[in-house]
Write a protein that binds this ligand. Sequence first.
Ligand SMILES: Nc1ncnc2c1ncn2[C@@H]1O[C@H](COP(=O)(O)OP(=O)(O)OP(=O)(O)O)[C@@H](O)[C@H]1O
Length: 646
Amino acid sequence: MLSAAAVMAPVPAAPKSSLEALLETIKKRDERPKDEPPALPARPTCRGRLPRARRSPTPPRVHLEDGVAEGAAADTDEKPEAVADTDKKPEAVNENKPEMEKENTPEVKKEIGGQEAKEGKAVNGRIFGAKRKLCSVEPVDESPYVENLHEERKDATACKEPPSPYFSSARAKRNGKPVFTDSMDYVLQKKLRVWCSASDEKWELGQIQSISGDDVEIHLVNGEVLTLPSERLLPANPDILDGVDDLIQMSYLNEPSVLYNLQYRYSRDHIYTKAGPVLIAINPLKEVPLYGKDLIRKYRQKLTNDPHVYAIADIAFNEMLRDGINQSIIISGESGAGKTETAKIAMQYLAALGGANGMESEVLQTNVILEALGNAKTSRNDNSSRFGKLIEMHFSETGKICGAKIQTFLLVQSRVVRRAPGERSYHIFYQLCSGASPLHRKKLLLRDANYYNYLKQSACLRIDGVDDAKRFSSLLGALDIVQISGENQMELFSMLAVVLWLGNISFSVIDNENHVEVDSNEGLANAAKLLGCSVPQLVIALSTRKIQAGKENIVQRLTLTQALDARDALAKSIYAHLFDWIVEQINHSLGTGRQRTRRSISILDIYGFESFNKNGFEQFCINYANERLQQHFNRHLFKLEQEVRF
Ligand SMILES: Nc1ncnc2c1ncn2[C@@H]1O[C@H](COP(=O)(O)OP(=O)(O)OP(=O)(O)O)[C@@H](O)[C@H]1O
């Protein structure tokens, strides 16, 4: 299965971007009435701008004459289409895009619908499963559009590029000539390539051989012959369009065509594909030669136009500098799709562009720290982010990085104390246990990872191909670069050791009401020592609760379940505060030189959609956050497209 992450092209924003506003809304959702979903932030009043490459001065095929758009004239006098020369290179065929755009205008849709209605036919969209009615037309040797092409070519104001027959949609009957109700009918008539849904899950590519009534005989590429009703078919693109680097160049944007194109490119290590202003990145799950200084230089100098995260980051950087407007890059996709890697690649590009004073390496090293504390092995991803983050990189007027800020969201705390078998807790615990120096081990009273209940319970202490000790030494280097003092580093590690020892504290039931006392063991002694409290103080905290009754304080013993919950809650709370504290330290360090320059690029990377065998409240929150993000994404993108188009 391919996992893909979508990177939304940079979105210019007001000083406080709509993305930030969205995230704030999500953060504040608890303050709202419970039955009312938080509203999405209003779209900025200033119109969004597409990346420069996507802007065109006037919509294609719109020629203003005496104040009347030619496109509008098509309402009454339909312009004929032409047959594309199938020998043409993909680029040539792709130049037919304006025709497709024309077809998609409301006017043309209205016209199509109107004609169909007049003829008493159902308006067939390109939706799979819609029952199609074949037109009873005589076989034609040539597309009926050919004749019209000649007429059209005579017209000096007409579009210079002949449109593709593959865009054909419902057409009016003209001069008694046969017409096609939709593009699928054209494909059937011309016996072109089609996608067949033979089984429910798989699409097969084939060539139409013959049609009998509603049944179509297709020769599949694997040699099989199938006979299927026409509604189980979807039009396939001509093979000259195989592997186009922008999906909008395709004639048919149906599911199998999109998947086929992505797979075609992926099998050639082209993991990036554009879909208009969105970049689709498919996780290669291996090293691919797509990164590095040489490529950064090529994208910087515009020597290549291939889809890439570098290109997205480059657009953001240029637009930010040129317009002095903050930019946002949203990365979205299911867990394991490659969002965090994509975010890091974008940051590396920006750091290469804006680096000069060492701030760039500080910014990049924050990833090492945050991944150690906030990432873990799950069943879907060996390095799964268990928190959301928004990294704001600030630049000076000359484009040099002058600071950064990290915001984090909803760290999954339960993982510290419990997780599914085969998964791990946060990387840092295993890194500390295997990488700490003998001196550190002594000071922190550390043992190996398999000694701690919190770590060994899920029966997974290692990740294939990952050296935790080596990662720990990288972590120490990153903490130094981000200027976390040696003293603070020791505080961090001793609190981590507290969490581990807390998990080894056990309880014994002392009466028939299930009340407990804390076992006096190594876990209790070491946790108290590292916390800096006495053993009796920790015992009271873990096994009793205080209730105020009138003016009196009553101390009650906890039951076994309550005591275990109290212990786990303390461990989770310490870890969550530690995480927030380290983010605060990082922000303090990166804040030097951060000014209100109105030149920043924010990169959003949150945990992706996930669905396990057993899902908890955290999955609910994660998936809800993703739904909201997707909603924002769709709303912003489609609205933007509409605004630009009309
Ligand atoms: N561009 C890439 N090149 C090579 N390997 C990659 C690339 N992108 C992702 N990977 C591999 O896939 C793994 C998972 O990617 P990543 O952690 O970025 O997923 P994610 O979408 O952030 O997942 P989650 O939502 O669980 O955090 C990485 O650890 C890495 O091994």
